[in-house]
Design a protein around this ligand. Structure first.
Ligand SMILES: C[S@@+](CC[C@H](N)C(=O)[O-])C[C@H]1O[C@@H](n2cnc3c(N)ncnc32)[C@H](O)[C@@H]1O
Length: 281
């Protein structure tokens, strides 16, 4: 067989890729999320949080990190998609060893059906709850999440926004961990109902592409809407945490996120931001 022909039969990098591995490299930051939940819970409740429920857990990457952070910690991961849970069980939970594996429980279910056992913290990250596009649906989820929390429990959410978030854009980030570029695409946005479609693609160094590795259909909720729905769902206090930005050493006056979050009630808008929203039972 000629060299050219042989080359054609080799699988491309896109064909060899595992989309969950690439997702974890590019989208998730479980250490930072554990640190935020731990610090905020201690500040608000004066004790260490031990039990955590990760709603919409996907591969349960965060649940594993939570249990790694303290030998007394336990996690419950809830997701409706069995193949994704199976991937997480094999590649994240079992791979972390027996001590971690016995402290992570996976439940295949709609997040709205799980209110036991009660936990210190429930989180829903990477905006997953935004798939509930109607007020009643989202309030219903928040009510169920509240029922699943202990008396001093916290619900922790993230949300993105900013002046650029309604635009159709593509943003590229080169990955350090793989010969690939992560592409975040805001495919469409309807200003009438705030329905938004987004997609994640991966471009590889051999010019192959994993198109639509993940796709999302969401409502782009605003912070005050989420706050009001949480209050209507019975939470006593809702706080918003904004990222601290600092001047970089460069001359271009650009500010860089520090990964540290602090509570705010008024800020200047930015092109793009990600906040944590913390609701107290
Ligand atoms: C955007 S991923 C989030 C993964 C992970 N939490 C993260 O931070 O990257 C959304 C996940 O929600 C799951 N999902 C969608 N609707 C659900 C529901 N009603 N109940 C439970 N899981 C659901 C999907 O199967 C998918 O794994």
């Amino acid at each position: 067989m000629s060299a050219a022909k042989e080359k054609n039969t080799n699988p491309t990098l896109a064909e060899q890729a595992d989309r969950h591995v690439l997702y974890q490299y590019s989208v998730q930051a479980p250490e930072a999320e554990v640190e935020f939940m731990d610090k905020t819970f201690r500040e608000l409740r004066g004790r260490a949080p031990l039990s955590m429920k990760e709603d919409f857990c996907g591969t349960a990457f965060l649940s594993v990190e939570w249990c790694k952070s303290d030998p007394d910690r336990t996690a419950i991961g809830v997701d409706i998609d069995k193949p994704t849970l199976d991937w997480g069980l094999k590649n994240n939970i079992e791979a972390a060893g027996n001590d971690i594996a016995k402290r992570v429980t996976l439940i295949e279910s709609d997040v709205r059906d799980i209110i036991e056992p009660k936990v210190d913290v429930t989180c829903a990250f990477n905006f997953s709850y935004c798939l509930f596009e109607k007020r009643d649906e989202l309030r219903g989820y928040f009510e169920q999440a509240r029922k699943g929390l202990k008396e001093d429990g916290l619900l922790v959410l993230d949300l993105f926004g900013g002046t650029e978030c309604e635009d159709v854009i593509e943003e590229e980030t080169e990955l350090e961990e793989a010969p690939a570029t992560y592409v975040w695409e805001q495919v469409s946005f309807n200003p009438i109902d705030h329905h938004m479609e987004c997609a994640i693609h991966f471009d590889f160094d051999d010019d192959s592409r994993l198109e639509n590795a993940f796709t999302y259909a969401w409502r782009l909720w605003a912070i005050p809407e989420i706050k009001e729905l949480l209050e209507e769902a019975g939470y006593k206090k809702v706080r918003v945490y904004w990222e601290r930005y600092e001047d970089t050493d460069d001359d271009d006056d650009e500010l860089e996120g520090t990964g540290e979050y602090y509570e705010v009630t008024e800020v200047e808008n930015q092109e793009s931001w990600m906040v944590y929203i913390v609701a107290e039972v």
